[in-house]
Structure formats: C-alpha cells, structure tokens
Unconditional design. Structure first.
Lengths: 311, 456
C-alpha cells in the first residue's frame, strides 16, 4: 500500500451551483429595482440602501465572530436581506431606521433561530413589520422631494382613480423598491430564466389574488381596479422576491400552490378589508407561519407507493 | 403464441410511431465523460499476477469454496459453489494453483474471504458440456444452466440472475427488459458490448423470452447512443417479440424502478420486485452471460470494464478476467498520466471510492474511474436553504433534505414514516444540492442501520 486515496460516499461528482451563486443571482435581479428606486427618489434612497445592507452584513459578521461561529457573510444571504428590507422602506425614513431594521432582521429573526435556513419568517419582512409597528409614523410617511401625497393604493382605497400606466413604470409614490412593476419584472424574469425561482408560488399568488379581488371586492373584474392593485404596493416585489424565499416557503410542490393561494387570499383580505391600503408584508409573514403545517399535509407520495398506503 | 406481441410490434412499425421518449420524473444531467472511452474497441487483457475471487460477489449467501490450498485448477473450473438459493457459484478464470483462501480487501473496503489463485499462464481450459439447442431445453434446464454459470446482475447490484428468472408465474411476465441505458457517466462498457456483439445480446434476450411465453423483449437504450439504437433496430427487424425503446438521456434512467416505469409506465416501490408488475430486468453484460451459459455452457469468467477518467493515459474498454488485480488494469491502460486524487470503482454517481488499487475485479465491477480532482472534498457542506432542488430531482419522489436531517438526528421512526426506505441511493440529491450537503450519505447510513436491524 503506497499512498491512500480519498474516499467518500457516492455520488463522487457535484453540480457547480452553490448557495452563494443563488444569492448573488437574487442580488443581481434586485439591481434594476434598486437603481430605479434611486432614480425615482434621489440620492437619499442610495444612502438608505447602502446603510441597510451594511447593517445586515455587519450584524451577521459581528454575531458570528462573537459567538465563535463560522463566518458566513460570503453566501450573500445577508446582502439579499438588507436589499429587500431597504427596498421596503419609504425614502423619507432616517438612516437609523435601516440600521435598526437590519439588526432586527439578522440578529432576532435569523441568527437567534440558528442562522441561514433556520428562520421561520422572512427576515426582511419580519423586520419591516417590526418597524411598521414600532415607528408607524416614520414608516408610513411617504412625503418626499419627488412626490407629495399618498401612495396610489391609498388613493385607490379612498375611491379615487389612479394612473395605472405611471404605476407600471414606477412614476409614483411608495417605498423605494415597490413602485416600478417593470423594474421588478425584469429582475423576476432573470431569476425565472436562471431557474432560481419558478412560477408556482408567485403565479398562484397573483392569479388567486386577482380572482378573490374580482369575486369579492365589490368592484367585479374591473380592469382599472385590478391592474391598479397588481401594479400598486408591494405585490410584485413580494410575490417574486419574498414569497419565493426558499427558506420560508413550503418545499413541496403541492404545498407551494396552496401557499400561493393562501397568500392571495390574505393579501386580498388585508388590502380590501384592513385599515391600511397595503397587506402584502403581513400576508407573507402569516403565510410563513403556516408553512410547517402546509408541508405536513402536502408530503409527496413516494414513487410506486399506493395512495393511502400506510407503512 | 405471441399474437399480442405481434400486433403491438406491427402497430408501431405500421404507423412508424416513434413513441415519445420514454423517461421518468426527476433525475439529473451530470457531465457524461463518455467521449473518453466511447470509441475504443474492447481490448483483451490477460492477467499476470495472482487472481483473487471474493466469495461474496453477489447479493445473498456467500459462495462456499470447493477447492483447497495447493489444488491445481483449470480455467472454467468451479472453485466455489452457491451457498443457498440466493447465491451464485464462482469459477476460476485462469489455470493455476490455489495459493490461499483468506480474507482480502474488496472495493467496498470490507475484508471478504477470497480464493487466491496463482496464474500459471497456461490458460488450460476445462471441456464444457455440449450445449443443447434452445428449443429442446425445458424451462428448468435453462434456469439451471444460468444458475450453474454463476450469472449475477452485472450492472452493480449483483443479484443472482437465476433468482430473477425463477418467477412463480412465468406466463404473467409481460416484459423482459434489457437494461442498455448505461446512464452512469463515463461508463462505456455496455455500449461497446452492444456495438461489437449485438447478436449475443439479442440471442441472450431470446433465451429469457423462451422462459416467458407471453413476454415482449425490450432493448432500452438512452438516446445519447443513437448509433447503438440504429444497430439494434436493424438487428431486431425480424424479431417479432423484441423492440428497441429510446430512452431520454438522464441519470438514473437505468435504475431498475425508473427503467420499468420509463418503458412500461408500471411502478414498483422498495417492497416490490419487478415480477410483481410483470417485468424482468437484466443488464447487458448479464444477458451476454446468459447467452454464454445457455449456448456454450460457459460459466461467467470475464466482463467488460471501462478504465477511464482524466488521470488515465489511454482510457479504454477491456475484456477482463474476473479476479484480475486493478493495478494490472491501470497498467494495461497505459498507467496514469497524472496522479489521481480519487479512484472510483464503478461510475461517479453510484460507484465506490477506493483508497488503494490492490483490489480484484469482481462480477459487478463495471468501471475503474480515476479522477485528478475530488469534487466532494473540495466543497464544504453548508446550511440547507430549503431550495427544494433535491425534491425536484429525486426519482423516488421522497424529501431528501428532510430525510437527511432526520437521519443526522438519528430519528429512525420518523425516517421510516417519511418513506426513507424508498430511497434508491442514486445520489441525485447530493449531486444537485447547492449547499453541498451529503444528503445521500446520511440517508444511506440510516437505511443501512434500519436494514441491519430488520435482519436480526
């Protein structure tokens, strides 16, 4: 026996794609939205985005060093969280809102539950909801240099009409990243083409939302009303970038459809009957909480197993 | 006799139906690497050193030695007989002297009691009994022939072939499937066999068909071997009971359960046998061994092995005497052009990583793959991000990420409740995992634990 070779269990080859690649793809997909946000709201938006991303990444770094764990900021998941959180903030928010949100998202929602893959809620959304409750005034203040007045959905809720074309392009008020449906869709198509996300969750989410809206909102299938709801608020950003978050959506195929319908229903309820014009964030985090249950009832049947066979 | 088979065959011929590619749900597309050895004709390699015959080269009871140290044996002489019904005899592939009967290392890393024969280089062969024409043989005689020849599943599992053929109701078998998929990357031994000796394969398949009066024969080939599909079609043009099925190239198309589904749309799970859904599946090399056993009364003594990988100077396919040391195979392939980091007996998806080369070629050794890179140790596992890729590719339609976690936590009951025993250890989940988790490994070890407890 001269020299011993390496041994391991099968398989001995691995696909090239890694977690970092996936997260990096999401970051790239969010760039059009982020850049449009900066274009739309000005330089202050860029500062807020950078501060929030720095906050999430540093929080993860400091926590892992302090806890003597392996540093995992190289997987870019903290960058994704920071970006998503920043895109969900109004441009008028002071810089420290981004810092607090970032720390909450990473420290409380992600790291305290065990780090990447263990959080049961989307960290960015949980942080946004935390900020909404704690700093309601700041988080719902959409006064800025570029626009005055309420967000299109709030206008719509008050019964007035809105310019849907402007909303699709993003020429309207809202959080930094939610205004431009076009920019979001560019990123979403990029992710769909790469196979990072699929249409199961966003597709069922949007379709079921439209159906609920058409049937029960009292406005029927009114094109103007429905398209304003689709283009307005955080629906597109939520459906393509947050409802599709691997960690907090069901892993089973049937479960993903069920989850999409659930999100569509909750968003409809919150937007139409709730006190606020917006409901995507709450819908998704409530959906997140039901994921373990959904996965349990939608466990796939093993190949060749008969329906209902117990063994 | 084969009215049904006739119509079925004719219908496809008449309408020129090239049925949609047969396949299954799930699977992966690893780098194939077959171009390294695909066009290299089979080369005969004669052993030089001692030959080692492990008594367990098959699933079931180990064979029992019937020679003793110092005995002179001839090529083709039985040196160990089957240790039970699910077992197979072993034959000397060279003439020489029994040097020892002692434990020797095999590819799985275990020490297995083995017969060691010193090769005298004479290749003096026993006289084989005269073969009877197939038409005059009874069912029992055919099966006895296969059993005596020590034929086992040569695709890797090593299940004794005579057990597969001895089904309770032979008339209920609808399909005899020749597994010509060769879905493992790098492997080209079956391909070369089919290209060079298609008659043996077809005649061997006809032996199986003789056992099952109502069965159709299916030659199932992946569509990365178009020349092979064309050749087999040409050779079977007058065979009323044999069809060639084109399979989509995808790993693990050649896994038994997936192959049966792809060709017949019938499904079996881990607790069933192919015969339960009227199918019998045999690998290319096994079918050729059946042919040799029945037509020439020759026992299983050789097999085709692909020696390949980027560390090998001249990747090629060889006809190897069973028992030959792996060192000799490497030598016959021109040695290493670069120092290998990883050596795998079998294909990269389901083969065994070996830590040394002082190992014998067994009945189930389809390839020796020498790589200059070890992708597994280069990539460190990280946390699962629940992406679901493992579920998408799992041909067993289970939840690998969940099963692996349960296995790592030693939650045996939950593992079984979540269909952990339905895993076929094909390796697709580990292959595709972006977090580089060792999913297959965890699931495999838990399955081993459960199975060994069940045996007790």
């Amino acid at each position: 026996m001269s020299e011993l070779k390496k041994v391991s269990s099968n398989p001995h080859v691995r696909a090239k794609i890694t977690t970092s690649h996936i997260m990096l793809a999401v970051v790239i997909a969010l760039l059009p939205t982020g850049i449009y946000g900066i274009f739309n709201f000005g330089f202050k938006a860029a500062v807020l985005i950078l501060v929030t991303v720095a906050s999430t990444v540093l929080t993860e770094l400091v926590y892992e060093i302090a806890m003597k764990k392996k540093v995992t900021i190289g997987d870019f998941s903290a960058v994704v969280t920071g970006l998503l959180l920043a895109l969900n903030l109004p441009v008028s928010a002071p810089w420290w809102i981004g810092v607090i949100g970032g720390i909450f998202a990473i420290l409380v929602v992600k790291m305290l539950f065990g780090g990447l893959g263990q959080n049961f809620m989307n960290p960015a959304l949980a942080a946004r909801c935390f900020l909404l409750i704690s700093f309601t005034g700041i988080m719902t203040n959409f006064e800025c240099d570029a626009y005055t007045g309420a967000t299109p959905l709030a206008v719509l809720k008050s019964g007035e009409t809105v310019n849907v074309f402007d909303m699709v392009l993003g020429r309207c008020n809202g959080t930094i990243g939610e205004t431009s449906m076009a920019a979001i869709l560019v990123g979403a198509i990029f992710l769909l083409l790469l196979g990072v996300i699929d249409l199961r969750v966003p597709g069922t989410y949007i379709v079921s939302f439209v159906i609920f809206l058409g049937l029960f909102s009292g406005n029927g299938f009114d094109m103007h009303y429905i398209s304003a709801h689709l283009a307005g608020g955080g629906l597109m950003l939520g459906a393509f970038f947050m409802a599709t978050d691997y960690v907090t959506r069901p892993i089973t195929v049937k479960g993903q459809y069920l989850y999409g319908i659930l999100l569509g229903f909750l968003t409809f309820v919150f937007r139409v009957y709730g006190p606020s014009a917006e409901g995507v964030s709450y819908a998704i985090i409530i959906g997140n909480l039901l994921v373990p249950l959904i996965e349990k009832v939608t466990r796939p049947r093993a190949f060749g197993k008969k329906r209902g066979a117990k063994k | 006799m084969c009215q049904k088979g006739n119509n079925w065959h004719e219908r496809r011929e008449r309408y020129g139906i090239e049925m949609a590619k047969s396949t299954f749900v799930g699977g992966v597309h690893p780098y194939e690497g077959k171009e390294l050895s695909k066009d290299k004709p089979i080369k005969d390699v004669l052993p030089k050193g001692d030959l080692v015959y492990p008594l367990s080269q098959h699933i079931g009871a180990p064979a029992v030695p019937i020679v003793a140290k110092g005995d002179r044996v001839l090529r083709g002489q039985k040196i160990a007989e089957a240790g039970g019904f699910v077992s197979a005899p072993i034959y000397a592939s060279v003439s020489g002297t029994v040097k020892a009967i002692e434990p020797r290392r095999v590819v799985t890393g275990d020490l297995i009691m083995s017969i060691v024969i010193e090769n005298d280089g004479q290749y003096e062969e026993v006289v084989y009994p005269a073969a009877k024409p197939l038409e005059e043989m009874t069912r029992e005689e055919i099966i006895e022939c296969v059993k005596e020849a020590g034929v086992v599943g040569m695709g890797g599992a090593g299940f004794p072939t005579h057990v597969k053929l001895s089904v309770k109701n032979p008339e209920k078998i609808d399909y005899v499937i020749a597994n010509c998929a060769e879905c493992e990357p790098y492997l080209t031994s079956d391909y070369r066999r089919m290209m060079e000796e298609p008659e043996k394969l077809i005649e061997g398949l006809k032996v199986s068909l003789a056992l099952f009066p109502n069965a159709k024969g299916i030659l199932a080939v992946e569509d990365n071997k178009e020349d092979c599909i064309a050749l087999l079609k040409e050779k079977t043009i007058d065979e009323k009971r044999i069809v060639v099925t084109r399979l989509k190239t995808k790993y693990p198309q050649g896994a038994e359960r997936q192959l049966i589904y792809a060709t017949t749309k019938r499904k079996i799970n881990s607790t069933m046998l192919p015969a339960d859904v009227g199918c019998v599946v045999n690998n290319v090399d096994s079918i050729v061994a059946i042919y040799n056993a029945v037509y020439h009364r020759k026992p299983l003594m050789e097999r085709i092995v692909t020696i390949t990988g980027d560390a090998i100077r001249n990747p090629q396919n060889m006809r190897v005497h069973i028992g030959t040391n792996y060192h000799e195979l490497i030598e016959a392939a021109g040695g290493f052009k670069e120092e290998p980091v990883k050596i795998i007996s079998g294909g990269p998806m389901m083969g065994f990583g070996v830590f040394e080369l002082d190992l014998p070629t067994t009945k189930t050794a389809s390839a020796l793959l020498c790589l200059t890179k070890d992708e597994v140790s280069e990539m460190e596992p990280s946390a699962c991000i629940n992406c679901g890729r493992c579920l998408e590719v799992c041909p067993g339609r289970v939840m690998p990420s969940k099963l692996a976690t349960l296995a790592e936590k030693h939650k045996e009951e939950e593992f079984i409740a979540n269909d952990g025993m339905e895993c076929c250890e094909c390796g697709c989940c580990s292959y595709v995992c972006p977090a580089k988790r060792h999913l297959t490994q965890s699931i495999k070890s838990m399955r081993k634990t459960v199975l060994s407890k069940r045996k007790k």
